[in-house]
Structure formats: structure tokens, C-alpha cells
Ligand binder design. Sequence first.
Ligand SMILES: [Zn+2]
Length: 307
Amino acid sequence: MTTFKQEIKISGVGIHSGLPVNMLIKPSRDEGIVFYRTDLDSKKILARFDNVGETKMRNTTVGNLSGAHVQTIEHLMAALFMVGVDSAIIEIDGPETPILDGSAYEFYNMFVTAGVTGGKLKRIVVKREVIAKSSEIKVNVFVRLKYWILNKIAGRKTSGFVKLSPNNNTGLNICATLVYPEKVIGNQSFSYCYDGSKKSIDVFAKNIARARTFGKYSEWEYLKKHGMGRGANENNVIALNNQGDGTLNKLIWKDEFVRHKIIDAIGDMFTSGGFINADLVSYKGSHALNNLVLKKLFSNPENYDII
Ligand SMILES: [Zn+2]
């Protein structure tokens, strides 16, 4: 179990709600990353894969049975994983984490500055291949329609998968591929191997942590009308132009898009509560697929060992 040495205060706006939000992250003695919604009588929500809702398409949301939820936890979770913190209390006064700069960079730096104390993350060793395909994602008819409209607008075809395979306990080796009709993205792949070493953490900090989330400018109006993307601006989202051949703000790397997918995958995998040891292939992956592959992994104890 590892936690922070001191409390960390983080304020900002939620990317979907557009509302100001304050978080107070406190060291904890109990296992798990636990949110408390201070605006809802401190309703408790464990940030774990089995509390992730299935219907939110652009982010990872955790909720509890009484309906309290916290949206867009993935970048925060990725930063927690990279500093090795699996135990913290997060008081939050709204339904969504602050988006900050749209990446994991600011979270990560604040966490490094705060310092951590404890042992190592528990290892979850994948023993059998598990795959989640986009055709398996269960969504209700309204969500399906929303997906369809957004994909239609973006000209995307939905046929992706996320696969976990055994790799002799060598770490979490992620290979992500994006396939977009928009020229500025096109086909992009990026690989990242995390083995717990300082070197692999430095690679994350240098080459991945700053990669921002992205969206099509033409979709913003639609999203905003449907209660999403209200806090999005040029400081926290890469906006693709209407032609899809460029961006309205400057890219850090040409393949910043797929690098961001690595952050999302790391954050989502950490809802397992530990360090997944597997090769992870994400082809046109999504938060829903990341979550489904974890649900499938943990559905059968023969799929994994915890050490
Ligand atoms: Zn993201």
C-alpha cells in the first residue's frame, strides 16, 4: 500500500460540466482510491473498475448505488499509477475532476512534489488472453444513437478492441493504435512499456504525460448541447479543425493523439487497483473497451494471479 506524504489541493473546471471543482487529496491507511462527494453528504465512491458506469462514452466515470458519481477520473488515475499511489481519500465538491491542461502532466507533477510513502503496488499478472471488442459493448438505445450520430459526424467506423495477453511478468506493455479519417490523426501507433523502474517512469513524464485530450471542433456544439464538453477550451483540448487536416491549437507532438490514448489506458487499467502485468493492445480503443476487458479479466480467477 502506498499513499501521499501530505494533502494536495487541486482546483479547476470539469471538462464536461464546465463547473468549478475543488479536490482535496488526503493520505489514507485503507487500500483503494476513494472519492467522497462533499457536496452530497460525503457520499463514498471507490474508484474501481466494477464501479465504472457503462454509458459514458468520452470518459471514465465511477459511481455508487445511490447514484453519486465522479466523472473523468482517467488522467488523475494515470498520474496516481505513475507515482505508485493505490491508497488515497479524494474529497471532491462536484461530479467531475478538474481537467487542468487536459493531460496527466499537472496531476503527475503535483503528486511528485507531494511525495509518496509505502511499498509497491500489488501486481496483477495476466495468465490468459482476454479481449474486449467494440461489438460487445452493451449500451442502451439512446446511447447507441448518440454514438451513431457522433461517429457519423466524425466519419468513424466502430470496430475496435482491447486485448490483454500474458507476458511473463515483464510489466504493463501498451501498444495503442488510432485510426481516424481526419488526416491530422490518420493512423497513429505508440508503444509504452512500464516495468516500475525509474527509467520507465521518466519516459512517461517526458514523452506521454503532457499529451492532451482531443476532439473535433465541429462536435463541440453537439456535445455542449448534450451536457458534454462545456468546460472544453483551447487550453485543455486539442481541437481538430472542420476539415480534419489540422488543429486550432498547436500540437506538442504530431502523434499527441495516440500518446494521450496511452494515458487513458494507464488510468483505466489502474481501476484494477494494481499494476497489471500484461501486453495491452488497444486498437481504436475506448474507455468502454478498457473497462470491459478488466471486467472480463476479473470474471474468472483463472485469468490472473495477484502477487
Ligand atoms: Zn483522456
